[in-house]
Design a protein around this ligand. Sequence first.
Ligand SMILES: [Zn+2]
Length: 530
Amino acid sequence: MSRWIRACLLGACCALVACGSDSADGSTEVTQGFDPAALSFPNANLVLISMDTLRADRLGVYGNTRGLTPNIDAFAASAVLFEEAYSNSPKTASSHMSLFTSRLPTVHKVRNQSARLDLLSPTLAGNRLSIAQVLNRAGYLNVGLAGGANVHPDMGFAKGFRGNFSSQLSDFSDQVKSAGKHWRTLRKRPEPSFMFVHSYQVHGPYLPPAELQERFVRTPSPLLEPRVKAFTGLPRHEQWRLMNKGGLNGHPAYWDGKENFGPAEASYLSDLYDAAIADMDVSMGDLFARLENQGAFADSIIVLLADHGEEFFEHGGFEHNALHREHLHVPLLVRLPDGHLGGTRVRGLAQLIDVMPTLLDLLVLEGPDDLQGQSLTSAMQSGRVAGDRPVIAENVMFLPKGEYGGALRNAAGLVIYDWDLSVDPAGRLEAFDLNADPREQSDQLGASDGLQTLAKSLKAVLADAHRLRDLLDATDAGGTMGDNLGADDAAALSQGLAAMGYFGGGDEPPPEVTDAQVAGTPLEDWPEDG
Ligand SMILES: [Zn+2]
């Protein structure tokens, strides 16, 4: 018996039709049988907000003291906060698909694209259901508002959205207005609603309004400030075009010469990033107000998270291309209807693959039974994630180049595996004692039996993931990881799989894929399934 049916028999929920009641306009209303004591919110509406590239440690509620996020901090007071939440990839497409499917990047196989490197991503296979598909099948109406680039319909992100999924680079303030309108439209219908909102507002290039730069930048960079000032105020798509190539009025691209940037540039860029976060927080406050005004704080679960963090030279790099804490530690806030359990802080390791099983648990819905994440509902009540399950993260972007990064983190240690076929087919391991070295600066693999044991467990976890991937591939009618690769690339893949059983990460600038706009379909015209 499914969990959904079982819950109905126990009286904890009502089926969409059986327990409906007639409203004044003649439509059938869905009855919500919330039981906060059991963390059971059948038919609750759901809003899932992903702020791309938002490091946890820049939020006041995660300990930052610069006052960047008063609106998010106020929201957090009525939400459950996970102190140690990590993304499963530092790359946008892989991470978001892990969020959507509760599967590691190895298993769902979706990855960032790059026109420059002629890299395409497979589309999500038919037997890896996304949360949008599960909710759709449960009768939810939904809309997806993504920021473009690597949250792209062609990768499978639009599946389950009944044709109403847009993906276009936009200012977050405009997305918020659109989200408010969509939510109002959805809530006129009797069915429960799901809205996904994703924004690149704090992703590079960090070009917040000039007044916020004045306020948060402490020491301008002589190298970078001229180009930053030249690009500030341009339309957002122009700013993105100038991120890695081209130039404007004699100024080079934003990241031009990045390989030679050092601590001074990092400090300046970090302050610009802070200013961008302060700018984003104003719009986030607007989004929260619009949702609250339409009753969402009473009848909806609202989740705020990020797909990965951002590096400012902590490990000699920039942006999000590696697997350390600054790349992967993300905010995770879950606001339950009526602010139930608001203010709870949950200790212990959580990860984005846990979000889907947690939400299905809260909504009393049945999902696939082989999800790789686990429900965090017990942790929300106890304030502690039970057990010592490690967090796994992967960077799978550059399979044809023979690059891969995998990492395993538990409470005591972090092991990172880097494999670059062109340099060393055997790959390279490094490990960090997180108690003695929380900033992950000193490789102690050779000095610690415990860390060597951890390294072995990373390989075992990845081997399990490969088996699950192969099992799913064998039962799916769709394509395989090599679908978009040429013969040489496929050979590199085979060689790589033989070496470690894996595929690609790397130091790649943000993608240059073409944004797609899927026209919104009027609710009345939505097909039954997406
Ligand atoms: Zn991202």
